[in-house]
Design a protein around this ligand. Structure first.
Ligand code: C2O
Length: 354
């Protein structure tokens, strides 16, 4: 059977590590069913974060500051947005209708792409509604290109609403090792590589994860997780056996690479419970989401699962009107039906040759 959305009234303490817990249950509000956005709405075009202009940056900063200013009991608040991730990912929810209890976990399986797609979709719409701009779109961290191999400058300006202090200081622009390393064996094993050598490594990782090593659905999306099955979780030795290629690397690497190793749990980006507190999270995940759209253009067998246990799996998210919306995987397969799209930029990893 498909995974059911959590029952927010039964949300409990989340686990950060074996002996650290945290309270991050988001508020329980009215539940409605997902409806597609009206086709009369303008298309939202997500642009590469290193290519956006001043006007856009101002809008985005304004939206984030308004979101941060919302009170804690408002489900749209920045704090609650981050808590959504904590609750789903650090064991604050149990799978509905299953005894004995089992955690709900949306990483390390085929739920990874659809969960994060909806999460960003609503985050983006809330931001747009706060600044009354129906064209507002999140930026994407174009880490699959040589120019995007570092923290995008818009997140590095210390005066900006997009800045957080809890990042690896060696990895910020101007730091000792500002270039992103995607190699899965050593995400934070810093080496002072020349940009072209680092890009050579990253390009190969991208090619493997998108092309040569992602020829089957399970390789790209990750392994099935159905209701009543015990999910893998962070820290499990076997966790990466459930992950799809992109989820494993570069997605995980970038989380750990960005977070502050001086914090107990590599906050913010290096732990699920705190990752959503860094605005860069949503930009990182926009590029993860872009990879799903791209993957489906790379060959005839690269299509979504048809298993009803995936298509009917469901989550709940807050919308711009403070409702809790019940969303099924089958309704998010086509991002254009969700009224957003990605700026076209080169795919320099597509070819095996340089
Ligand atoms: Cu839900 Cu990048 O993690």
């Amino acid at each position: 059977d498909p995974i059911q959305p959590p029952d927010l009234s039964k949300c409990h303490t989340a686990t950060v590590t074996k002996d650290t817990t945290v309270a991050c249950c988001p508020p329980l509000v009215r539940i409605i069913d997902f409806k597609f956005p009206s086709p009369r709405e303008p298309m939202r075009t997500r642009r590469a974060a290193h290519l956006v202009d001043e006007d856009y940056i101002k809008k985005y900063e304004k939206a984030i500051s308004l979101m941060k200013a919302l009170p804690d009991d408002d489900p749209r608040s920045f704090k609650n947005q981050a808590n959504v991730h904590c609750a789903y990912c650090n064991g604050a929810y149990d799978q509905v209708g299953i005894t004995p209890t089992l955690d709900l976990q949306i990483h390390f399986s085929w739920l990874f792409f659809p969960f994060h797609r909806y999460y960003l979709y609503f985050h983006e719409r809330i931001l747009g509604s706060l600044i009354d701009d129906p064209t507002f779109a999140l930026p994407f961290w174009n880490w699959d290109s040589p120019d995007g191999m570092q923290i995008p400058p818009i997140f590095a300006n210390t005066d900006s609403e997009l800045f957080v202090a809890l990042r690896n200081q060696k990895h910020i622009p101007g730091g000792a090792y500002p270039l992103l390393n995607m190699h899965w064996s050593d995400p934070i094993d810093d080496k002072a590589l020349a940009p072209e050598d680092q890009w050579d490594i990253n390009r190969r990782v991208m090619h493997t994860q998108m092309v040569s090593g992602a020829k089957k659905r399970t390789l790209f999306f990750g392994m099935p997780l159905k209701a009543g099955e015990t999910p893998l979780k962070a820290g499990d030795a076997a966790a990466n056996t459930g992950q799809g290629s992109i989820e494993r690397s570069p997605h995980m690497n970038i989380h750990i690479w960005t977070g502050d190793p001086k914090q107990a749990h590599t906050e913010d980006m290096g732990n699920f419970y705190s990752a959503g507190r860094d605005p860069i999270f949503y930009c990182h995940h926009a590029n993860v989401d872009r990879m799903w759209d791209l993957w489906k253009t790379l060959g005839p067998r690269r299509t979504d699962f048809t298993d009803p246990d995936w298509l009917e799996a469901a989550f709940v998210f807050y919308d711009e009107d403070k409702n809790l919306v019940r969303c099924k995987v089958k309704d998010c397969l086509d991002s254009r039906k969700l009224n957003y799209d990605y700026q076209k930029v080169p795919l320099p990893w597509l070819d095996t040759k340089r």
